[in-house]
Design a protein around this ligand. Structure first.
Ligand code: CA
Ligand code: CA
Length: 145
């Protein structure tokens, strides 16, 4: 498994997009997934780069979250915008990461992403409840490097 295209089937991708839609029914936060082959820098630093590249600060409450995966590097990271970081402690994403790590280790990539996304939605809900006026501020489509 070395190519991004081999990481998930298009069917699996659609399941992940659906999970993002579902998670965003819990919260005004916006979740995106970016998958690429490898990274030469720390996954969290690359996640910040991609976050900026995708203009993910473009949310009213600054509550966008990126789930970043470097397939061949066997690394992933979760990075949330400043609206989130102002409200939560540094270990806020630990439970989300633990769930993903567990599935990834077993080779269950789709499941790891889906459960990570749904957990992130639950986490965000605590600080950013869903609003009746909600719009889809950031695309739910998977971004690929
Ligand atoms: Ca939204
Ligand atoms: Ca969205």
């Amino acid at each position: 498994m070395s190519k991004v295209e081999d990481f998930l089937t298009s069917e699996e991708e659609q399941e992940i997009v659906a999970a993002i839609g579902k998670a965003e029914k819990n919260t005004s936060g916006e979740i995106r997934v970016h998958i690429e082959k490898e990274t030469s820098i720390a996954a969290i630093d690359r996640a910040v780069e991609v976050f900026q590249h995708l203009n993910m600060e473009n949310t009213r409450e600054r509550n966008g979250v990126i789930i970043y995966v470097a397939v061949k590097s066997h690394q992933f990271a979760i990075y949330g915008d400043k609206g989130i970081n102002e409200k939560v402690s540094d270990d806020f994403w630990d439970c989300t990461k633990d769930i993903m790590q567990k599935h990834f280790r077993e080779g269950h990539f789709k499941q790891g992403l889906i459960e990570g996304i749904l957990n992130a939605g639950e986490q965000l809900k605590k600080h950013f409840p869903y609003l009746d006026t909600d719009t889809d501020e950031l695309s739910n489509e998977i971004s690929k490097g």
